[in-house]
Design a protein around this ligand. Sequence first.
Ligand SMILES: Cc1cc2nc3c(=O)[nH]c(=O)nc-3n(C[C@H](O)[C@H](O)[C@H](O)COP(=O)(O)OP(=O)(O)OC[C@H]3O[C@@H](n4cnc5c(N)ncnc54)[C@H](O)[C@@H]3O)c2cc1C
Length: 697
Amino acid sequence: MFASRRLSQLVLCSTFIAGCLGYAWDAPVAGSCTNYYYSYDFGCNYAEAYYPCSYANQPFLGSLFECIGSYAKDEAEKIEGYNYIIFLATYGGYDYTLDDVYTMIDNSTKYMKTAEDAANLTIVNFPFAPDRETILWNRKIYYQMTKFAKIDTKWLGWGLIFFWVVVIACATVVNVNRRYLKIPVPRKVSQAVRKHLTYPSTVRYFPSLFPTRLHSIVICLFLIQTTLSSAIGYNFMLPNPYLTDKLFIMYVIQHRTGMFSLYMFPLLIFFSIRNNPLVYFSGLSYSDYMTYHKVTAIVMTIEALIHSIVWTAYVYVEGDAALLMEDAYWKWGVVATCLAGVMITHSLKLFRQYAYETFLFFHNVMGILFIAAIWMHLNDLGYRGFVWALLATWCLDRVARIFRICLSGGLQKMEIEMCDADVMKITFKKPRYMQYYPGSYLFISFLRPWYSAWQFHPFTTISSPVEDGDSLTLYVKVKKGITKSLSKLKFDENNKMTVRALVEGPYGSRVHSCDPEEEFIGIAGGLGISGVLPALFDYIDKIPSSAKVSMITASQDKNKLDSESTSVNTGSSDPTHNSSLFWIINDVRHLNWLNSTLNYLTENGCKVTVLLSKRNAEESTDASFVQTIKYSVRYADGRPDIGTLIESCLLTKIKNRLSFYTCGSDSFNDTMRDEIARKIEVGSNVELSHYAEAYVW
Ligand SMILES: Cc1cc2nc3c(=O)[nH]c(=O)nc-3n(C[C@H](O)[C@H](O)[C@H](O)COP(=O)(O)OP(=O)(O)OC[C@H]3O[C@@H](n4cnc5c(N)ncnc54)[C@H](O)[C@@H]3O)c2cc1C
């Protein structure tokens, strides 16, 4: 566990170190001089062999060094300028030293001419000193450009990264306080924040992009900052010595947007990796980070698209379009932009839901192609540090994942029991070095059928007191992919079989540990029960035995399927219970496989109520089984109304601090959040908290 966290921290460091290396340095005087001589042809083909030809061309280099030597502010800038030319020469494949530079200066001085001599020549074949007026003007513009590119764009770009640093830092402070410091927050403040910010959903139709109001505010602030950062800092002196005003404006826009798109790289990858150390510190869930991953990916793609369109328009206006299209950097830029667009489109929820693993496979393949395309695009432009940041983070995450699989003991033997047509119970021995905690989930790769081995599916881990203490349990709903294939395998007469599987984990942050001073209320829809049970077991574990009054007596009158009950009220207030669990199911057969667990909870002071949403399901339950039920089973009239359910929890509450733990479908969680937010009264002495587990991201 410790080692895998360490690896995660390494991922964090590499991102920032590699990000810093991404900046190519520059010297204003060298920039002004190279720009000045760019408009003269020293006999080199500017399109393809510009660097190999120009940086071996003695008249060109002699002119450059003369210009730098004459117009550098001081000795330091002069040396910086020479070094900059040495750096540019590496693009042509040359490895000059400062001594080489001084030798070239000595040679060229003998042949040095003036700008007038070079004027009107098609090809210049001698070194010449620049025109003083033009170079001073050029230098002024170059300072402005340097400020734009190296100061404004750079710091505005860092500002976009810093935005997320602040968001994560705030989350970390809240998390550390909640878990360790426990400095009390005024009740009114926490109630107002929950009611208006952290619980209510914003746009119900795009829950994966705007899950809660707080998410929406964070995302909107980021979009505002990105838009403003893209729009400010364009105070330039016009006209420009070499570009028309129109071209100049296009040039700076393409530069700013291209750079911002690169600044998204470290964020983009960092928010998407499984071994994100910030999950532990910030308390934000992986699905929160996935939301931010989607947002930064969209911003990156929009910036890249603007960059590509404006740069293409620039070259068309300039008249160099045909030449440009032959350039490798342009072709790779187009490939990268198209790939980013395709990746955004195929990540739509529609496609993810339809075939998640196929989506994931193509997303990874296209991600690798995208990195390769950007690498090629930046070949002559510098800034490859951003790609290094991305690559290093991605590779370290992969290494960390392999490491976690090894820590989990490699290949595991798992027992699968077919509970009913829709549900499988998977049990396996807890790997020696795996540290279980409530709220954790594992990625499992089942090796049957063998061709599914590349798929790793997340499942919530349960350490159940009704199972062998050394084992872990997963309850798995049969869907259409690997789970269906597993359910089709040959089971023995006890509906059991064993498979080999790779286990990767545990992942996820520890679920908020409910205090015995609080009342635990679990509400689960269907298989969402596996998301609520770990927190409930944890809570019951903390309740002193003397306070664990069995709920069997209290619910004896209900130990039958109460076909008359149509409401979802929770019954009368019962001060003997310490927690409540509402399990909403549409198939009474689910009781068969969770019966012993529900009975255990009832015996330990939890008021368990099963709400059946289908009336006709009663027929499928035999009478002897019904006799074993120690908890309450009620029929809801169709799907129970969540608002009424929460309302009745409030009416029968036994403590003033109620913690709701819920898990179900996307819409179930959204409704739950909204209803709890609605019930919070700012200033009241009743405190409501909500902890939701989601099985989608
Ligand atoms: C943190 C977390 C915990 C989960 N815990 C449980 C659990 O305890 N019990 C349970 O039954 N289900 C759980 N799920 C859902 C479970 O991962 C999917 O039902 C399972 O992967 C479906 O596999 P399939 O190939 O049969 O699905 P398919 O029929 O191919 O797809 C059904 C749906 O499952 C989801 N899904 C498929 N593969 C993945 C994947 N690799 N990663 C994320 N989502 C995927 C997609 O949303 C997809 O729409 C959990 C999901 C998450 C994210």
